[in-house]
Design a protein around this ligand. Structure first.
Ligand code: GLN
Length: 284
């Protein structure tokens, strides 16, 4: 079969399996199985696929049809222009999380050197891309990532090596093993209410780590803890930045105000939903 015929075949299977984004997913899996970039794939539609590519592609499509995310098949996800390795042990980096990194970069822009912490790092996408962007601009930072999961720490280390970033990762239950102060603390903690986890699509509910999703009963468990504990680990005028769920701003804002933070900001994502909250800690 030609690459084009295989793509049609793949799209039909995924469409029948009820995969909403079947066109995109087929393309992603085709590029992976045929080892081609987007341009190569478009130019090579009429070319005959090798037997090996054909069977690899069909296998990928069959796996995807069972609701395994594409990223678990290819083992990667692009984030802030970098290709991160992922596995079922870590949350797949989401595009909206790039807004958090962009905010972090904007806040720290005036500072030639900073100390930054990524709490609940998972794949390491936040801390690593923050560090790489600043590294590229010639800044001299100390960026630390932490996670409670050994597997996440391992994956973050793998991504640091793969992307040649200058950061370190610590196994730590929130701030348990932290004993320094930071100019910026960034976190995309688990924030789904336990009851809502069941409502998530199968790709997420069955294939992504519950540990990375579940924010307990009211979804606010980690915000509450991080907001209170971070006061001890933020330098004067230090920034705390969170990704939040679309309906959590008022609750998170109240937690920040009650804990004594100021300059609370909110940024919406491209879908117009509340997404990134920032706050400043001032030693008074
Ligand atoms: N910081 C990682 C991310 O944003 C992991 C987040 C998590 O596990 N909740 O993708």
């Amino acid at each position: 079969m030609t690459h084009g015929e295989l793509i049609k075949y793949g799209q039909d299977i995924l469409k029948n399996a009820g995969i909403e984004d079947y066109e995109n997913d087929t393309r992603v899996l085709a590029m992976y199985a045929f080892d081609m970039n987007y341009t190569g794939l478009m130019m090579g539609m009429l070319d005959e696929a090798s037997a090996a590519s054909e069977s690899k592609f069909k296998e990928c499509i069959n796996i995807r049809a069972t609701r395994v995310p594409c990223q678990h098949i290819t083992g990667t996800q692009e984030f802030m222009g970098y290709e991160f390795d992922v596995s079922p042990d870590v949350l797949i980096p989401r595009q909206e999380t790039e807004l958090l990194v962009e905010d972090g970069l904007a806040y720290m822009k005036p500072f030639k050197s900073c100390k930054a912490l990524d709490v609940c790092c998972g794949s390491g996408c936040i801390g690593i891309s923050f560090s790489l962007y600043r590294q590229k601009a010639g800044y001299d930072d100390k960026v630390t990532l932490l996670d409670i999961s050994k597997e996440a720490v391992h994956m973050s280390k793998r991504n640091i090596t793969k992307l040649n970033a200058n950061c370190n990762v610590i196994l730590s239950d929130l701030f348990e093993n932290i004993n320094e102060k930071y100019d910026i603390i960034m976190s995309n903690p688990p924030y789904i209410r336990t009851a809502d986890v069941e409502e998530l699509m199968d790709e997420v509910k069955l294939h992504e780590p519950r540990l990375a999703l579940d924010g307990y009963e009211d979804g606010l468990y980690f915000y509450d803890k991080i907001i209170k504990e971070a006061r001890e680990y933020l330098s004067d005028e230090g920034k705390l930045l969170f990704e939040i769920g679309y309906d959590q701003f008022e609750d998170v804002r109240r937690l920040l105000v009650d804990a004594g933070y100021s300059d609370i900001t909110l940024k919406k994502d491209y879908a117009g939903l509340d997404r990134v909250v920032g706050a400043t800690w001032k030693n008074s």
